[in-house]
Structure formats: C-alpha cells, structure tokens
Design a binder for this molecule. Structure first.
Ligand SMILES: [Zn+2]
Length: 537
C-alpha cells in the first residue's frame, strides 16, 4: 500500500496537543505523523504519494451523528417532495410519477412539509385519489413522524373507520369517523409493513451511491438511527452486514438498535461498541416525547394559549427500567427528548442510574448515554446534565429552520431552545448532525447555522438568540470529536492525530477566516477515508 502525505496545508487537527499543522503522513489507513512540511517530508519513502495542498484548509473527516441512512438512501430513489411549494405542486408531481409507474405498484415519496406551503394544510386521501386510483400511495412528511396515504394503500393495510389507533400512533379521522389518509407515528407502520420489501441487492446499491454523496460533503462517518419499531431495522442491519462482508462499506458506521427490541438484543448478547473500525453496534434508541411543532413535546409549562403540556411518548418509568437493564447489559442508550420536562425527567433517571452504579467499570457500556435533540432545557438543568457526562446530540440546521414555529408554541421560552453555547460552556459534550432525511446532510449548512444562527438568506440579521452562537472551532469539534466521544471512539477517531484512523477533508475555502455567512457554501475539494482519496472535486 502506498503512503499518502499532505504538505503545505492549513490543518485544523482538533487535537489539543497540536491544534495546527501544515502536513500529515498516512500509512495503512492510519495517521502516522502530523507536523511541519520539513518534518513530514523527511518521512517519505519511494512508495509515498505527496500532495501539495497549496495552502488549503484541512479538517478531520466529519461525522453526521444522527442520520436515518436507510430512509435517506432509499428515499433518494423515491418521489422527492422536499422542494414542493404547495399542495398542488405535490399533486402534480404525484400525477407525473403515477403516469410512469406500472398500475398497482406502490408509489412512495417523502419530504413534504405543509408548514412551508401557502395553504399550510395537510393533504387528504381523496386528494391523492384524484390523481391516482391505480396505485397504492404513501407520502412521508419531512419529519418522518407523519405520512399521508391514498385510499388504495389504506385498503391494502386494512385501515377502515373501525380500525383502532395502534399504541403510539394516530389514524386521523373526519367528522364521520373515516380515515383522512393522515397517519401519525406508529400508525404509519400499518401501511409501511404491507409494502413489499425493497430488494436487498437494490437497497445495497442505494447505500453505496449514498457513500459518494456523503464523501462529496466531507462526511466519513455516520451514526445510523432507528425509528420506533420500524421495519427498517432488520433490513438496514442486513444491508450493512452484506456491504461489510463484501468489503464495500465506505463510511465508519455506528448502527443504533430500536428500544422495543431490547429483550432480543440482550438475549442475543449484543453490546454497544461490538464490531470493527468500519461497523459497530451503537446505542439503543428510545423516545421520551413527541415534537414541538405538533405540540407533543413534553413541557414543564403549557404551550402558549393552551392548557396542554404535551405528552410522554413512553412512560418515564418504563424508560427508566429500560435504561437500567440496557446499562447492566453493556448497552448505551440514546433517547429522543424535545421538551424541558422530558429532558428534566431523563436527567433524574440518569442521576438515579449513576447513584446505583457500583460494579466494575469494564461491565459498563463502551460509550456514554446520549439525549437526542435536547431542544428545550431549563438553564439550571445544564450543569446536572454535564455532571452525568450525557452527550447532547443536536441538529444545528433546526435552529434556523424552526424560527417560525418557536414563538407561537412557547413564546418567550424560546430563549431556552437550542442552547448550544450554554451547553458547551457547561461542559456537555456536543455532537452535531442533520437527522437526514429530515434535514439536508450538508455539514457546512450545520456549521453555518450553529456559528451564525442566521438563515442562508441572512435573516435574522443579528442572529436568533445570538448569545447561543458557537465558534467555528467548536462547531467543527461537534462534527468530528463530538461524534467520536459520543461513540466511545475518541482514541481512534475525531481528530488528526498520530495513531488515529486516516479520515480527513480538504476544503475549498478557509472556514476559520472567511465571513461566517459564506461557510454554508463550502465545498470539499478532497475527502480521504481510511488513508485513501475517496472523493476529489
Ligand atoms: Zn431522527
């Protein structure tokens, strides 16, 4: 294997022992030295390929630590609805797809969000029927917490006016009790489960195409999340293993498991961290509450203008029991929590867990527990969370995307939303991610949003609660070291340090010195994964 040497660069290593360097040497997939051009050039042999970075900025390979890789990769093959601007737009696109799809084959789409439409109303099954009666149709909302199905899809799934809501799911109904087509949370699975499974070889190809997209964005690692009791879990697990066996995985994959399968996971003897440098078993996923937009996040005080404080999706006592059992079995958990009540309750559960821990530390999970989203948290709970060493897994693009939803739902409490700077200052490890396909996986959009708290069009001019802006270096840390810490892999990943795995990215501009408003347009010019160039602009 040839060595790969980079010289004459501006390398931000994210390693406090040597934060800046101009050159790096890589051999057999590992970084062997970091230093000055002279130091690194002195290590070259006749097998070394030396690349002059011509002064360009390089940073560690980035990690998207909350992706739904299966849904994202397969979604790219389905009807794209993210860019729809109206309900009519959605129906036009469905019409077009229906015309080119064999009758009776399923049409799946995803990414619509009525919040961005002029009429901001959800579609109905009758409206979908008006453009296609020949196909079963299901179109997932951008949040993945809701979908709309047409009459044929409901019929195949056996959903009628007599069907009960499944646990943790809602079938929306009209005044006479008939399903409207809108299915929320686990009610979506009634339809999803009757769709013939995607051919595994085809899905594996979609995964591989996705690697190229991620490399072009500077991403070399992902934490692949699970939905609630979703049929995608065994399918995704299989595809990852198939790619691994064929030596075709081109990302470091940390694959999470669904909480409702805890018994199976424990009885199979799986532990967090099991695997190798390409693929490892990750966290076990739970959901403490819903989301803030639909007012199902669990709050301490009611939503503006209502007496509702949202809801617990899983009773907190059940989550507590699961956390204790998982931890004892060597499994780290990650728990979806949006509201300030949900986050406080979880912190209490983790405090009890910590107090109860007496056994040898080798029996504990190899990665810290995580809370996903931590969207609203009371300032006095930040220090408690830091003390527990719980990782905050957060989505900076939401900061700017969610501005219109904040004031109407929680008013002046908006100041406790997305407190990234306060979390950092409190010492809570932060890991940044996109939750794709909920948001675009471009990490430079995320870094831009976290640093400026302004939209890409520049609004609001002073930033949204600008006291919560982080620095560029902190944002890069949260997209690199943060994910390594969150997965207990800080000895191998996350920084450009001697001995670590050789993942790094060279950028077309210096994000540390340019106007922060220009960060979102950053494009990698070269991505190196496992010591090899996997992408070049
Ligand atoms: Zn998610």
């Amino acid at each position: 294997m040839t060595d790969l040497f980079l010289v004459n660069g501006k390398i931000d290593t994210q390693d406090p022992l040597r934060p800046a360097a101009s050159a790096v040497a890589m051999r057999d997939g590992r970084i062997i030295a970091v230093g000055t051009d002279n130091e690194i050039r002195s290590l070259t042999t006749k097998n070394s390929q030396v690349i002059d970075l011509k002064g360009r900025r390089a940073i560690p390979g980035l990690s998207d630590s909350h992706v739904h890789y299966y849904n994202w990769a397969l979604g790219r093959k389905q009807l794209e609805l993210e860019s729809t601007r109206s309900l009519k737009d959605l129906l036009d696109r469905l019409d077009q797809t229906a015309q080119s799809t064999a009758p009776q084959s399923w049409i799946r789409g995803q990414g619509w969000n009525q919040a961005g439409w002029a009429d901001s109303r959800t579609p109905t099954r009758e409206e979908l029927d008006s453009v296609s009666l020949d196909h079963p149709v299901i179109l997932y909302h951008s949040s993945l917490h809701m979908a709309v199905a047409n009459s044929q899809a409901l019929q195949i799934a056996g959903i009628t006016n007599k069907t009960q809501n499944p646990p943790q799911g809602v079938i929306d109904r009209d005044a006479s009790g008939n399903p409207t087509g809108i299915l929320r949370d686990l009610a979506m699975n009634l339809v999803t489960e009757v769709i013939p499974p995607v051919d595994e070889a085809e899905a594996a190809e979609a995964f591989k195409e996705g690697f190229k997209v991620f490399h072009s964005l500077g991403l070399t690692s992902v934490h692949d999340q699970r939905l609630m009791d979703a049929p995608e879990y065994p399918a995704a697990f299989h595809i990852w293993q198939r790619l691994h066996a064929a030596n075709e995985i081109q990302l470091r994959v940390w694959m999470n498991l669904p909480g409702n399968r805890l018994d199976e996971i424990i009885s199979a003897g799986l532990r967090t961290g099991f695997g190798d440098d390409l693929f490892r078993i990750g966290h076990v996923k739970y959901f403490a509450d819903g989301a803030q937009g639909p007012r199902t996040a669990w709050l301490l005080e009611p939503y503006e203008g209502t007496d509702s404080t949202g809801l617990q999706l899983t009773p907190i006592q059940d989550i507590a029991k699961a956390i204790h059992r998982a931890t004892a079995a060597g499994l780290a958990v990650n728990i979806h929590a949006i509201g300030d009540r949900a986050n406080r309750e979880l912190i209490e559960v983790f405090e009890e867990l910590q107090a109860a821990q007496t056994g040898p530390s080798a029996a504990l999970p190899s990665a810290p527990h995580k809370i996903e989203h931590v969207q609203l948290i009371q300032p006095e709970d930040l220090a408690r969370m830091a003390k527990l060493n719980i990782v905050a897994s957060v989505q900076p693009i939401s900061v700017t995307d969610d501005i219109p939803m904040m004031e109407p739902t929680i008013g002046a409490r908006s100041r406790i939303a997305y407190q990234y700077r306060s979390m950092w200052d409190a010492g809570i490890p932060l890991t940044f991610n996109s939750d794709c396909p909920v948001s675009d996986p471009n990490p430079f959009w995320g870094i831009h949003a976290a640093v400026t708290r302004r939209r890409r069009d520049g609004t609001p001019e002073d930033g949204w609660y600008p006291e919560q802006c982080v620095t560029v270096s902190q944002a890069v840390w949260a997209y690199s070291m943060g994910a390594a810490v969150a997965s207990g892999q800080q000895a191998d990943l996350g920084s450009i340090s001697p001995g670590k795995l050789a993942d790094l990215v060279v950028l077309d501009r210096d994000i540390f010195t340019i106007d922060p408003m220009e960060i979102y347009g950053t494009k990698p010019v070269m991505t190196i994964f496992d010591g090899k160039i996997v992408y070049e602009a």
